[in-house]
Write a protein that binds this ligand. Structure first.
Ligand SMILES: [Zn+2]
Length: 672
């Protein structure tokens, strides 16, 4: 979801072919010497973590991440099978996905071609002479999905959620966010030095002489730093109001007079219609660059952006250098994923709905869909009960909150209408061109929505994706088949476990509709206030409690979570655990008690399921990168943070009032 793409990079194993025979929680994963009321994260699956080192190619590891990797094996099996046949009809889902995967897997050919497939594009950029040439190059890069230095995407009008308009976004940075360019702390200084080396190395691989490559890297950094200075930071990016700047088309020329907007919109086949400029200050900076930065520097900057965006579709040296910086250095992973896995990911990324149909046929039975839908229904009802019971909110605001809840659109498993990818050309001996053709199709598919009524059937994630999201524009919650797999969800597990794992995820996504960001959108997805001032103030004070709690979570001396950055996710975890618990209890009313496991009551299994699904082992480098830019807290605090605020947890494990997993009354947080 464009405006909050970083935010929605949210929040996982198998049914037809079980990954393991275990259904429900695994008592062997529990660290029995641990004390649940002291550190539940350590207790719930400390034994599993001690026995399972993070694989070299991963930045985090748990049964949840393992399940996500198993999905990739399933995708691989489908693609390997489809690609056995070479006479599928041209343009069919099988031909496109099978040949795309086969072209990617032909590493010998990709390596032999080296930089050649990207050369025409690099030559085009190398030949830029005038500012008009620069603008044409930007438009061309946008056509193939390289959104630099700004981007254009399709999304609802923030004030008329029935219509899709164009949004101009900021982009064009090679480092994760603006702070990496500007902050004085040692870790940022080190990252900047590494980044200079990395950019220079990529230029060298593309044939630039070492001394020139070094100077070019400095040019790139200085260019990006100026863009960074004009960009919003990660906390501001979570505030939709800061990106709400509806602009008349004719006023674009006032904002950025040096850019030929007519030429750009005409080339993109887009009407000259009003749009949203998410970051006006950034666009003004781009305009200034057009006026003042020599075209020679634009050639260097845009050339780098092509190498950066295309590295993984080129030969091994590019792939390896890209991994050395973006993988090894930034996440701490020491090995690249095997090529088949990267190719399965790339195919899913570009043509996910072409292979997704087969994926759900094989790994997502109708029974799983029905069970999930029933759980979602119960958890939505529990949210309704929770809102009704709030003692701090007025009836007036409650009514609006209930209206919003009643309007939630729920998507489970896979889209009802599949993308056809008509016009994408995929051949087995030209992987780079295949990627470009699919990227172009995806860009056109987005642009085709602009100026039309909102199509509510579209999905923002592919079916095999082991993730879920809430989209505030559409007021919808979406659970792809890829996350509805053990141990998150298992048709053979008891309700306590399913509600404790996927149930909390469902509750989490529902609560996103009412977190500090989601609560600014109404039932229809318009950015509009539906709160009384008094209730808004009370909500703010409750949110501040969560900010303070997470500000106090350190990953190393001097580095702690930024409570404001992780606020939305933390409100969602806190509310999610609460309403999944309420829904579980209610769903069991009048029924026989579920079985105990190894002495653990069903209620205890509910919380252990959350601890085991959510808790993971994580590399230190990844923790640093997440704390800086990820709106999600690290898993330890996603387990201990919300549970230490929940009376139900305290009662279930009979924790004493002064136990570490029980926040003192004065610090106790509850939002929903
Ligand atoms: Zn979330």
């Amino acid at each position: 979801m464009p405006i909050r793409s970083k935010v929605l990079a949210i929040c996982i194993a198998s049914i037809a072919v079980p990954a393991y025979a275990q259904h429900g929680i695994d008592a062997n994963d529990i660290r029995r010497e641990g004390v649940p009321c002291n550190d539940f994260f350590d207790y719930a699956n400390g034994a599993w973590r001690a026995a399972h080192a993070i694989p070299n190619y991963m930045d985090r590891w748990s049964r949840r991440w393992e399940s996500g990797e198993i999905n990739k094996e399933h995708v691989r099996d489908i693609l390997a099978d489809v690609s056995q046949k070479t006479d599928w009809s041209k343009g069919s889902a099988e031909q496109l996905s099978g040949d795309f995967y086969a072209a990617c897997m032909d590493e010998g050919r990709v390596n032999a071609l080296d930089i050649k497939p990207a050369q025409p594009l690099l030559d085009e950029i190398g030949a830029l002479k005038t500012r008009a040439d620069v603008q044409r190059a930007i438009a061309h890069l946008h056509d193939i999905g390289i959104a630099v230095p700004f981007g254009l995407f399709a999304a609802q009008d923030l004030h008329d959620p029935t219509q899709v308009i164009a949004h101009l976004s900021a982009g064009g940075l090679g480092l994760p966010d603006r702070d990496y360019y500007l902050k004085p702390e040692k870790r940022f200084v080190e990252t900047r030095a590494k980044y200079h080396e990395h950019v220079a190395k990529m230029f060298e691989l593309a044939g630039v002489k070492p001394a020139v490559a070094k100077a070019d890297a400095q040019t790139v950094f200085a260019f990006e730093k100026r863009l960074a200075q004009a960009s919003l930071d990660n906390v501001a990016l979570r505030d939709p109001k800061q990106q709400d700047h509806k602009t008349r088309y004719v006023d674009l020329a006032k904002l950025a007079p040096s850019f030929s907007w007519d030429a750009y919109f005409d080339a993109a086949k887009l009407a000259h219609a009003d749009l949203n400029v998410t970051q006006p200050k950034f666009l003004q900076q781009v305009d200034k660059e057009l006026r003042t930065t020599p075209v020679a520097q634009w050639r260097i900057y845009l050339g780098w952006q092509v190498l950066n965006a295309g590295a993984d579709s080129l030969s091994a040296p590019f792939v390896e250098e890209n991994f050395a910086f973006n993988g090894k250095f930034l996440t701490g992973a020491t090995e690249m994923k095997p090529r088949w896995k990267r190719c399965a990911e790339a195919t899913d990324n570009q043509l996910g709905e072409a292979l997704g149909k087969k994926y759900v046929e094989k790994y997502f039975p109708p029974e799983a869909k029905a069970r999930t839908q029933a759980m979602v229904k119960n958890i939505l009802l529990a949210m309704g009960d929770a809102i009704r019971a709030l003692d701090w909110m007025s009836e007036e605001t409650k009514k609006k909150a209930q209206e919003k809840l009643a309007a939630f659109n729920v998507k489970v498993g896979y889209p009802d209408k599949w993308k056809d990818y008509a016009g994408v050309t995929v051949v087995r001996d030209a992987y780079w061109n295949d990627v470009m053709s699919a990227s172009r199709w995806n860009v056109d598919d987005g642009r085709a929505q602009i100026g039309k009524p909102v199509d509510r059937t579209r999905w923002g994630m592919t079916p095999p994706t082991s993730n879920a999201y809430y989209n505030p524009f559409l007021n919808e919650i979406v659970f792809p088949a890829g996350i509805l797999q053990p141990p998150a969800f298992d048709v053979n597990a008891i309700d306590a476990v399913n509600y404790g794992a996927i149930g909390v995820v469902i509750g989490h996504e529902i609560t996103h509709g009412f977190d500090d960001e989601g609560a600014q959108f109404d039932a229809k997805g318009a950015l509009t206030n539906w709160w009384t001032q008094q209730d808004k103030d009370k909500f703010g004070a409750r949110a501040q409690c969560v900010v303070k709690q997470f500000d106090g979570y350190f990953i190393e001396p001097g580095i702690h979570h930024n409570g404001k950055l992780v606020l939305g996710e933390s409100i969602a975890d806190l509310g999610g655990a609460k309403i999944a618990w309420l829904a579980y209890k209610k769903s069991r009313e009048g029924k026989a008690s579920e079985p105990t496991l190894d002495g653990f009551t069903p209620e205890q299994q509910f919380f252990i399921a959350w601890g085991q699904w959510r808790g993971d082992d994580i590399r230190h480098e990844t923790q640093r990168t997440m704390v800086q830019g990820d709106p999600h807290p690290i898993a330890k605090y996603r387990v201990n943070g919300p549970l230490s605020n929940l009376p139900a947890f305290r009662e279930t494990f009979q924790c004493k009032a002064d136990a570490p997993m029980v926040r003192p009354a004065a610090d106790h947080c509850e939002v929903w």
